[in-house]
Design a protein around this ligand. Structure first.
Ligand SMILES: Nc1ncnc2c1ncn2[C@@H]1O[C@H](COP(=O)(O)OP(=O)(O)OP(=O)(O)O)[C@@H](O)[C@H]1O
Ligand code: NI
Length: 258
């Protein structure tokens, strides 16, 4: 449902009035995501994960330069973003919990997200599905714990049953129990036919639910792997970068030799 061909993103920086230079932050990315699939995108801080998410949503800042082709179900997402997709067919769980409006109660923001996506605003049921009591609807964002705020963002993103859900570090700051609950919910969406792009730096946590794992480093795709191959010494992994990443995990004994 999502195809990305030779995507590059750079940022223009002006030096003086007329001269400008461009710094490249993503280069030559190729990706496809099918309906019902969970594609994990793994990478360290600054690898370009959020940029990839924002490129797919047409949310790059004005000084960004995007090259390549993005399409959703055959419909081009660039150079002009189709207005009907964002927040409806394609939803985002943003990386920052500060994306919640500090001046509006949680319930109001959830209703608003549901209305935007054209679905019923059954706030109480959505909260319950995420293990949150109905009173949470009355709270303002700064009265929520980090884990509660993450789950509210998840509830808002999934309100309209989007076909494509981009989750940018949806489990950051969650304890293992809540992390696994959020991952399970994303997996359930995929089973109902949604495509999930799951961005994280936590490789191990996504292996149980990912269908494929794409590894991003310094703006480049270093390999796309099957989760089952992250096992033992990683001999089945196709890219040396993925093997090094796997072996360098503390629980794998920091194996650095080949
Ligand atoms: N608006 C911008 N202008 C210039 N550079 C930017 C801009 N947004 C992001 N970058 C740069 O692009 C690179 C990738 O950033 P990005 O936010 O995608 O990283 P990330 O993989 O999501 O990292 P993290 O795990 O810390 O969220 C970084 O070097 C960042 O400084
Ligand atoms: Ni990010």
């Amino acid at each position: 449902m999502l195809t990305i061909r030779d995507l590059s993103v750079g940022f223009r920086r002006y030096r003086g009035l007329f001269r400008h230079e461009e710094t490249s932050r993503l280069s030559g990315l190729n990706l496809t995501l099918d309906a019902g699939e969970v594609l994990a995108v793994i990478g360290g801080s600054g690898a370009g994960k959020s940029l990839l998410a924002h490129a797919i949503l047409g949310l790059l800042p004005p000084n960004a330069v995007l090259r390549g082709k993005l399409a959703f179900r055959g419909q081009a997402l660039n150079p002009v973003y189709p207005p009907a997709l964002r927040g409806r067919k394609i939803a985002l769980i943003p990386q920052q919990v500060s994306h919640l409006d500090p001046l509006a109660r949680t319930g109001a923001q959830m209703s608003w997200a549901a209305r935007r996506s054209g679905s019923a605003a059954d706030t109480t049921a959505r909260l319950a599905a995420l293990g949150l009591p109905p009173q949470v609807a009355q709270l303002f964002p700064d009265q929520l714990s980090g884990g509660m705020a993450r789950r509210v963002l998840l509830a808002m993103a999934e309100a309209g049953a989007p076909d494509l859900l981009i989750a940018d570090e949806p489990t950051a700051g969650l304890d293992p129990e809540n992390r696994d609950a959020v991952l399970r919910m994303l997996g359930e969406h995929a089973r109902r036919g949604a495509g999930i792009l799951l961005i994280t730096h936590d490789l191990k946590s996504v292996l149980p639910i990912a269908d494929r794992v794409a590894i991003l480093d310094e703006g480049r795709m270093r390999g796309i792997e099957f989760p089952r191959n992250f096992t033992g010494r990683g001999a089945e992994l196709t890219s040396s970068y993925a093997r090094d990443l796997w072996r360098a995990l503390p629980e794998n004994g920091f194996l650095t030799d080949a």
